[in-house]
Design a protein. Sequence first.
Length: 159
Amino acid sequence: MNSPESGRKSEPQGRLANPTEAEVVIRSIIEDDVDAVIALAGSLIKKEEIVALGPGGKFDLSFVAEAGGRIVGYILARMVYLGIPLSRICTIYGIIVDHEYRRQGIGDRLVSTLAERCKQQGIQTVRALVDENDTELCDFARELGFRRSPIANYDRVLY
């Protein structure tokens, strides 16, 4: 599936109706969404970090949740080549849902939409990078069907 052209709204990928809120539409992220995503993330992510992921680009698999013309959630994800032999996987870098919209299934919907896109592109593995000390986030990942990977992550801090 091709990425939408920059600056053009993509077609909705999924819908979640809630009688007490505006309809929530899940769609591919576009460059015009970057400022709204940063506002939602607060101090967790910087503009240059999102721009470096290339929203709407060839390897981008990010989605936003939109309600009433406002971004109320997002999932930042990207296709990468890893391992020997090289294999394509999707890596989730972050997922946030506005406090007012939590517990409505939006996070689940974002992950499900991402998983469906990965299947369409022949990507068999979706990897979520999770702080193992954040029990709430680990529990959320397990609820979404993620399991601990046999791959160990080693960091070398350079400065």
